[in-house]
Design a protein around this ligand. Structure first.
Ligand code: 5GP
Ligand code: MN
Length: 344
């Protein structure tokens, strides 16, 4: 075992995983990111080795940039056909919940999973998970859920089953959730896991190219527009934010997933320790927060925008207009003056 995990009782389902083939549904949070899709598909390819009938079913699609992942063509999005999704969930013997700890993160699927009689297994690294699952592999210090899927396979003494396909999926989530090995959760231990993934023959450079050299032209021009016209810096709070209207998203034909990474530009400014991206989506305004050091982005998100996440990367939402949401964001900053302001 490469490390100790906060909660790990998944060895108790080893017999189920290694036993008779059964129906397994793997779920993850809505608008799944690289870690969500990488972990679900990595687990999918592993479980298929035991001839289970496995379905990966997120609520919806996180974006074109993740479609290169092996197995993505077989993914079923619940919200594309909820009736079919409900039937698949009702037939499940085991439901995995990956990269989320609250049922609210899977929209309408949450109630169905909550009431399901299937064996429920949660693998996650977000703070304060809800107690909805029978078995857990949970560690808020893990860099990515993909790291925890590696530990899941390790707990079941099956690391020799990790092939280049599984490794490609797990590597993707580790790269995206660590900002390409930049964030503090990147440890020597994580690098050792990555070394093992690379030893499968997995082509890490191809993953990097698919993730970072594969942008649409309009997305790149949208980023340029946001940086030159939409970026506001508040030096007194060491904060920067970008707010985007619905019209601007349409003008640049921005698709789901194409705003991924934009908030990091705001954080990259010298002296800025807290950054926000505020986007007027069709139904709600969505907020993404990133911080450096000891500013608790998840606490800020939970307190003001019904959200959560990790200490330095969190998100939330608002039902107010974009203008009012920006106002509420600005009004909230003084309550964190003790951390944000240098002059206090
Ligand atoms: P992102 O800004 O990339 O959408 O999300 C950053 C982190 O915050 C992710 O770990 C994500 O799971 C979490 N997060 C984003 N939005 C929400 C939200 O509305 N509620 C909660 N609880 N977590 C969120
Ligand atoms: Mn994650």
């Amino acid at each position: 075992m490469l490390s100790s995990i906060s909660v790990n009782n998944v060895h108790k389902i080893a017999d189920k995983i290694k036993g008779h083939p059964c129906n397994i549904v793997i779920t993850t949070h809505h608008k799944p990111d690289g870690d969500a899709m990488g972990s679900t598909l990595g687990l999918y390819h592993y479980l298929k080795k035991y001839h289970h009938k496995v379905i990966v079913m997120p609520p919806n699609d996180g974006g074109r940039y993740l479609h290169f992942l092996p197995g993505h063509d077989e993914v079923i999005f619940f919200e594309d056909n909820p009736d079919q999704g409900k039937i698949l969930l009702s037939h499940a013997d085991i439901i995995f919940s990956l990269d989320y700890g609250h049922l609210s993160r899977v929209n309408e699927m949450g109630d169905i999973i909550g009431q399901s009689l299937a064996i429920k297994v949660m693998i996650d690294h977000h703070t304060d998970p809800q107690p909805f699952s029978h078995y857990q592999l949970w560690d808020e210090h893990a860099a990515a859920t993909c790291q925890l899927v590696y530990h899941f396979i390790e707990t079941l003494e099956d690391t020799d089953k990790i092939d280049a396909t599984i490794a490609t999926c797990l590597y993707t989530g580790i790269v995206t959730d660590t900002g390409s090995f930049r964030y503090p959760a990147t440890t020597p231990h994580l690098h050792r896991i990555v070394a093992k993934l690379m030893e499968t023959g997995m082509k890490h450079h191809v993953v990097q190219e698919m993730l970072y050299n594969n942008s649409s032209l309009n997305r790149l021009q949208f980023i340029g527009y946001c940086l030159s016209k939409k970026l506001t810096v508040l030096p007194q709070y060491r904060t920067a934010y970008i707010a985007v209207t619905r019209e601007e998203l349409e003008q640049f034909n921005i698709q789901t997933g194409e705003t991924e990474g934009l908030v990091n530009y705001a954080l990259s400014i010298e002296g800025v320790i807290f950054a926000a991206l505020i986007i007027d989506r069709t139904i709600k305004v969505k907020l993404s927060f990133r911080s450096m050091g000891d500013f608790p982005a998840n606490e800020f998100a939970a307190r003001y925008f019904k959200g959560g996440g990790h200490f330095n990367a969190a998100g939330g939402e608002s039902e107010d207009s974009l203008e009012r949401t920006i106002g509420r964001f600005l009004d909230a900053l003084p309550s964190y003056r003790h951390i944000l302001s240098l002059s206090v």
